[in-house]
Design a protein around this ligand. Structure first.
Ligand SMILES: Nc1nc2c(ncn2[C@@H]2O[C@H](COP(=O)(O)OP(=O)(O)OP(=O)(O)O)[C@@H](O)[C@H]2O)c(=O)[nH]1
Ligand SMILES: [Mg+2]
Length: 246
């Protein structure tokens, strides 16, 4: 079993090296072959330079800088997948909202499953705001509702359609690439995993608040936020037709 971990970044300088170190430690502990691929969307806080400096003497670490391209999370992950060389692809948010300790569950489950999704909405999952409701971000209710709708209109057995924390066999990407503007790419991917009858499981985890830096999506309800909601809605409708009629 071997693993390529993709970390898409946009202004994550405060914690990116700590994350790389923690991920690396897990694979060394489990004695698994691995690489970490940071795909930076031309951050203006120096994320790329920090990772580039850290890369010296570290054969497991690759860093891709996307310049002259429109910033796009799904496209960044696609670039990471193209540059990857191992059997399993993992990706997660680079701000510790997806604690890296759960990668060990991926390592264990990847013997049996082709896709493993960390879900925020299983009975055993826990949320970062459970003990402090004031920490709850304004988009949480929409996110919860959106995932409920996806469950009703798409597949009953999937709870987190916008997880963004996954381990999936690289072979799945031989004839599929991620499509979307932001987290909506994950919905389209689930529909495709299901259509290909990929052996898929969700596992619970506890998410955290972002380790440092400012939130890119939920600071306030603005035009970008409304556009993202619109894109999510369109993706749900498209996915519904794809899942039922294709
Ligand atoms: N390469 C790339 N990475 C991105 C882009 N947008 C977000 N990311 C990264 O994708 C992950 C998830 O994005 P976040 O900004 O944390 O999204 P979020 O969790 O919904 O919102 P906040 O944590 O509140 O900002 C993080 O690692 C980001 O750095 C992008 O356009 N390009
Ligand atoms: Mg985040």
């Amino acid at each position: 079993m071997s693993f390529s971990v993709i970390l898409p970044t946009l202004n994550e300088k405060g914690h990116i090296l700590k994350l790389i170190e923690q991920i690396s430690h897990i694979f060394k502990t489990y004695k698994k072959e691995y690489e970490i691929i940071v795909v930076d969307d031309n951050s203006n806080d120096g994320t790329f330079e920090i990772v580039k400096n850290h890369q010296i003497d570290k054969s497991y670490l690759k860093v891709i800088l996307r310049t002259n391209k429109k910033k796009n999370l799904a496209e960044s992950i696609n670039e990471g997948i193209l540059a990857s060389k191992f059997e399993n692809i993992i990706w997660l948010d680079a701000d510790f909202q997806h604690p890296p300790k759960y990668i060990k569950n991926f390592i264990e489950k990847s013997k049996k499953y082709d896709a493993i999704i960390s879900s925020r909405f299983l009975d055993k999952s826990e949320r970062y705001f459970n003990n402090d409701k004031f920490k709850k971000q304004i988009n949480e209710n929409q996110s919860y509702l959106y995932n409920k709708l996806c469950r009703i209109f798409l597949f009953r057995d999937i709870t987190d359609y916008t997880s963004g924390y996954i381990c999936v066999k690289k072979k799945f990407f031989e004839n599929y690439s991620l499509k979307g503007y932001y987290g909506d790419y994950f919905v389209d991917m689930i529909v495709n995993l299901k259509r290909k009858k990929i052996n898929l499981i969700e596992i619970p985890f506890k998410d955290e608040i972002r380790a440092s830096g400012i939130s890119k999506t939920v600071v306030k309800v603005n035009i970008k936020y409304i556009y993202i909601c619109f894109r999510y809605f369109v993706t749900l409708i498209n996915s519904f037709f794809k899942s039922k009629f294709n």
